[in-house]
Design a binder for this molecule. Structure first.
Ligand code: GCO
Length: 255
């Protein structure tokens, strides 16, 4: 039995980019804490398969397939939820892509796409969710940042800039939406075992660097982020806003 402050029974959580990876781990954790889950992704088939897997575990799961880079699709998705009487109490802005290339070789179109998906989408989806949360006088927005919200790594400039923006967007949301009863916070994952990082994990030099640079001497597992997400989605964090919590094995805190 979880502490009542962490109980999400009766709450609905929308997690963008949640058919796999970190988004799926957030969805599983929030479901285990009692929330109804709305999964999101661009691939409707993969999304439905993920939803069915979670339903088979006994969780209450819906799907809202839309591309976070498509503002009209985002607006339509929220209108469809409205029409079904589904209120999003918790939003996890997780969807994101990675694009590794030195800036001197980087096309502007690739720069723009990363910023669009990793930063602008969090604003658009956040705005649509907050419009509705504000009417109810409560809501939780959880943006997914990165170690690159604080520190730059060569060859991932657009991702770094977007994640730095996520940190400040989180504070801007806290500044504007606090009086409406909405808390806006972020999670900063460390180097996690995900599909997006597969090339890094399989690179012996990079793998050794991550393990040497991380006090816990290992990569993180997506499910290790669930507790921080549950905390920020729950009443346990009702007076916490504008913060970014790093779950990174200690990496951001050491030289
Ligand atoms: C990279 C990685 C990182 C991690 C994560 C670290 O190329 O350096 O993709 O960006 O995914 O964001 O916090």
């Amino acid at each position: 039995m979880s502490h009542p402050l962490f109980d999400l029974t009766g709450k609905t959580a929308l997690i963008t980019g949640s058919s796999r990876g970190l988004g799926r781990a957030f969805a599983e954790g929030l479901a285990q804490a009692g929330a109804r889950i709305v999964l999101n992704g661009v691939n409707a088939e993969r999304l439905e398969a993920a939803a069915q897997e979670m339903r088979d575990q006994g969780f209450d799961v819906l799907t809202a397939p839309f591309d976070v880079a498509d503002e009209a699709a985002i607006v339509a998705a929220f209108e469809a939820l409205d029409a079904q009487g589904i209120d999003v109490d918790i939003l996890v802005n997780n969807a994101g892509i990675q694009f590794r290339k030195p800036m001197l070789e980087l096309d502007t179109a690739d720069w723009r796409r990363v910023i669009e998906i990793n930063l602008t989408a969090a604003f658009v989806v956040g705005r649509e969710a907050a419009k509705r949360m504000a009417k109810r006088g409560r809501g939780k927005v959880i943006n997914i940042g990165s170690l690159t919200s604080e520190l730059a790594r060569a060859t991932v400039a657009p991702y770094t800039v977007a994640k730095g923006g996520i940190k400040m967007l989180t504070k801007a949301m806290a500044a504007e939406w606090g009086e409406a009863g909405i808390q806006s916070n972020a999670i900063g994952p460390g180097y996690m075992v995900t599909d997006m990082n597969e090339a890094l994990i399989e690179n012996p030099e990079f793998d050794a660097w991550v393990k040497g640079r991380t006090p816990m001497r290992r990569w993180g597992l997506p499910e290790e982020l669930a507790g921080t997400c549950i905390y920020l989605a729950s009443d346990a964090s009702n007076y916490v806003s504008g913060q970014i919590i790093y779950a990174d094995g200690g990496m951001i805190s050491v030289l």
